[in-house]
Design a protein around this ligand. Structure first.
Ligand code: ACO
Length: 324
């Protein structure tokens, strides 16, 4: 027998305002055609003034709890991944905890940028497997619109706001890949790549939140190799392969990175969930947002094998293999 962290429910939330490529083309020198061709992004959602990361996260968490049929009082752990917290401190997770009326257990944030959801899932899994906690909310939530330089066409067209959440519960499994739940996680980081993707401000440097800066071509160059490495690690650790996978739900940064990674791994295109066209890159929120779409439209069903992966600033990168 082996304890497993099983996904009981999923939910997400997108701000109501949609910004199309045409709207951006009126603001910076770009075109719908360029953005679609290079990234696959058609639109993104942007938070309203005063709408914060903790608000988006709370809506996603409420939806995930409702989907799981679990009351907030049964949650004893909240792990929230974000690079755009409401405040420098306290952790955004504690605001979500308070919004949900939870006064027991523990809530904290994870900073791994676009890899945040995979890092948060892996962290929560380890808490549940240790026996210290029973039911977790794992949330990815971002308001990247607040750290974009809206005059920089090389970055402002890529990102969007949103939040997604899963309810994770400790259950007993048999210890085989037939078990439901998280079957493997592989996390990596390498700080030598900082300058390729970073925010040029912070409490201890400029005293401001700063703006996102990126060497897009450099990120692209490294992304496919790093992503496929951690997925190959997951395959080796579990004996699963591209053929036995039901779904590939990657971080939604760019359609070209997603399809190049799937091609390299021989994952069939019809198994790849792509939502970047509607959401843009929502950083830590992108995987649970994509999962929620594919679960609610009936593609991902209980028992399916799902591979998650992400790469983000740092660099950080990781994979998680889950049986739904
Ligand atoms: N509209 C029109 N032209 C543009 C735009 C724009 N929005 N942005 C850049 N250009 C121009 C450039 O200035 C350049 O012009 P030049 O040749 O006259 O100098 C030309 O387009 C080509 O620029 P490149 O940067 O070479 O374009 P590329 O094909 O590499 O596409 C992109 C850029 C989409 C950013 C790509 O490099 C990419 O996807 N990189 C990965 C980055 C990424 O997804 N980051 C997300 C965060 S990390 C993560 O989540 C994995």
């Amino acid at each position: 027998m082996k304890r497993r962290a099983v996904i009981r429910g999923i939910g997400s939330y997108l701000p109501s305002r949609i910004v199309t490529n045409a709207e951006l083309a009126a603001r910076v020198e770009t075109t719908d055609e360029w953005i679609m061709q290079r990234t696959g992004i058609a639109q993104r959602h942007v938070a309203a003034e005063g709408e914060t990361t903790s608000m988006l996260a709370t809506r996603a968490a409420e939806a995930a709890l409702a989907h799981a049929g679990i009351d907030a009082s049964e949650i004893d752990l909240i792990v929230l991944a974000t690079a755009t917290p409401d405040y420098t401190f306290p952790a955004t997770a504690t605001q979500v905890q308070n919004n949900l009326g939870i006064t027991h257990g523990v809530a904290f944030d994870i900073a791994a940028v676009c890899s945040g959801f995979v890092f948060a899932l892996s962290t929560a899994e380890k808490f549940l497997l240790s026996g210290s906690h029973k039911r977790a909310l794992v949330i990815g939530a971002e308001t990247f619109s607040r750290i974009l330089d809206w005059n920089d066409r090389t970055t402002c067209v890529l990102f969007g706001d949103g939040a997604g959440a899963v309810v994770l519960e400790a259950q007993d499994g048999k210890g085989t890949v037939a078990d439901r739940g998280v079957l493997s996680t592989h996390l990596r980081s390498d700080g030598r790549h900082r300058a390729k993707l970073f925010v040029d401000g912070g409490p201890s440097t400029t005293g401001t939140a700063g703006h996102l800066r990126m060497e897009g071509r450099e990120v692209f160059k490294h992304a496919v190799g790093m992503i496929t490495d951690v997925i190959t690690d997951a395959f080796a650790a579990t004996g699963v392969d591209a053929d036995t996978l039901d779904w590939f739900v990657p971080h939604q940064a760019n359609r070209r990175i997603i399809t190049a990674s799937a091609d390299k791994l021989n994952i069939a295109p019809e198994k790849v969930v792509i939502t970047v066209s509607e959401h843009g890159n929502t950083s830590a929120a992108s995987i649970p947002l994509a999962l929620d779409v594919a679960v609610k439209d009936g593609r991902i069903k209980p028992g399916h094998l799902v591979m998650l992966e992400a790469l983000g600033g740092g660099f950080t990168w990781g994979s998680a293999l889950v049986r739904w």
